[in-house]
Design a protein around this ligand. Sequence first.
Ligand code: ZN
Length: 210
Amino acid sequence: MKLYQRLLEANKEWAVKKLELDEHYFDRLSADQKPDFLWIGCSDSRVPAEELTGARPGDMFVHRNVANLVVSTDMNMLSVLQYAVEVLKVRHILVVGHYGCGGVKAAMTHQDLGLINKWLRNIKDVYQKHAVELDAIEDETARTNRLVELNVVEQVNNLLKTTIIQKAWNRGQKLDLHGWVFGLNNGIIKPIVDMPAGTEITDIYRYDFE
Ligand SMILES: [Zn+2]
């Protein structure tokens, strides 16, 4: 059997099992989606959003990219964000990094990696913003792990800077933002930052709405 065919076989088994447990499972699944959560996570194959959290199909709208970045010019992320907030009306947005993130590690080197340099520049900017704290950490792994945490904080801050989030809060939408970091070594998600609806926005990033 070819490698990819295993996935198709496993999928058939999954569908059969679901029907065995509940004959109407796919009737409900195909009806609509009403997820409470938007997950913005890393593309890393070891950090599967649903599996880590026990979320079921229909629970979570998911966007993943290298190092879970919220970049103000990323049409992909912004489209996901807008749809999740304005149409699906998710209640919580989770920005989820993970310790040992390859993207964060790469951003801490001086290697020229080609196109991805431009993407990783966003993490270098996070490093630069927190350079005093990070440079004081001697152990390299500890420094990387702290940058992983700070990166999540800054990406949640980047959500706050969007008109999508600000407009939602302005119209009273219940929408909270959270920054988490997943530990590959113990399987536990550590909450790093919570920004409930109405959290004060740094003045220069705040927009006025009619
Ligand atoms: Zn990663």
